[in-house]
Design a binder for this molecule. Structure first.
Ligand code: ZN
Length: 277
């Protein structure tokens, strides 16, 4: 039993986004009895290379995959906001919704994309990471979106934003996922649509526009290997068998609490060594 039960809100763009970067951590926190909520901003309705499916069918399939994966991970509630996939999110509208959910779930910790990463080309990842960060930092202001307060949610000061993935700032926090790696792999393999996207990387002999069930088995094996390789490579850095890495920022109302860290880094000091969290 965890000493203090935290409300964790994972905010991501597409149904499979948690699989590679943070699902082992979410499963671990769920096992420690923290409450995990997930908000998938788009329906992911263009996220396949198959040519035999319509957008609505892809959205339906991916929703089913997400719910099955999140059940394995122990996520308490999964919401899909249903924006179309591929760069059509209205950012201010999304921020208002996310502020509402930070308040409603009393989110102590938001997990999302780092919107300041290098070479991120997907507009949905950028806008979701940015709006999720803003929501975490702004949900405490009582005069912001006052109709939400009138409707019954309270302002809430979220304390931390955890950026997943390794393309931005060097990580300052590693989570040991050796006990939940199996759950992570099982959950990730639910995403058939994602497996088709891996074909180009790992199985050039497979035609991703018309995958067979045999192809999916082959691709599942590649995904399984990749996930274990990522976990052990990240873990090696900090002498763990399997890990996920994050850049964690504490929040203040309207800001991150990082002024001292930025000043030290700007003066040429190396970043603080990462912690095992
Ligand atoms: Zn994505």
């Amino acid at each position: 039993m965890a000493s203090k039960t935290l409300n964790v809100l994972a905010i991501f763009a597409h149904p499979d986004d948690l699989s590679f970067f943070c699902s082992g951590t979410l499963a671990k926190w769920a096992e420690q009895e923290h409450k995990i909520y997930a908000i998938c901003v788009t329906s992911g309705n263009v996220g396949t290379l198959r040519t035999d499916l319509k957008m609505e069918e892809v959205a339906k399939m991916r929703e089913k995959e997400l719910r099955a994966a999140n059940e394995i991970l122990g996520v308490k509630e999964t919401l899909i906001l249903g924006y179309p996939d591929g760069g059509f999110i209205n950012a201010p509208e999304l921020r208002e919704k996310l502020v509402y959910y930070v308040r409603k779930y009393k989110a102590d910790r938001v997990v999302t994309f780092d919107p300041w990463v290098a070479y991120e080309v997907h507009p949905d990842h950028l806008v979701v990471g940015r709006m999720a960060s803003e929501a975490a930092a702004f949900a405490a202001f009582p005069l912001l979106y006052p109709e939400q307060i009138r409707e019954g949610v309270e302002p809430y000061a979220c304390s931390e934003v955890w950026f997943m993935g390794l393309l931005g700032h060097p990580p300052n926090c590693f989570v040991d996922i050796s006990q939940t790696l199996e759950k992570k792999v099982r959950a990730a393999l639910k995403f058939e649509a994602t497996l088709t996207l891996l074909a180009r990387l790992f199985a050039p002999n497979i035609d991703p526009t018309r995958v067979t069930s045999e192809d999916l088995k082959t691709l599942s094996k590649h995904a399984d290997t990749l996930l274990r390789f990522m976990a052990s490579t990240i873990g090696e850095k900090v002498k763990l068998k399997a890990a996920e890495a994050f850049f964690v920022q504490k929040t203040l109302p309207g800001h991150f609490d990082n002024f001292q860290q930025i000043m030290l880094e700007m003066l040429g000091n190396p970043p603080e060594p990462p912690k095992i969290c």
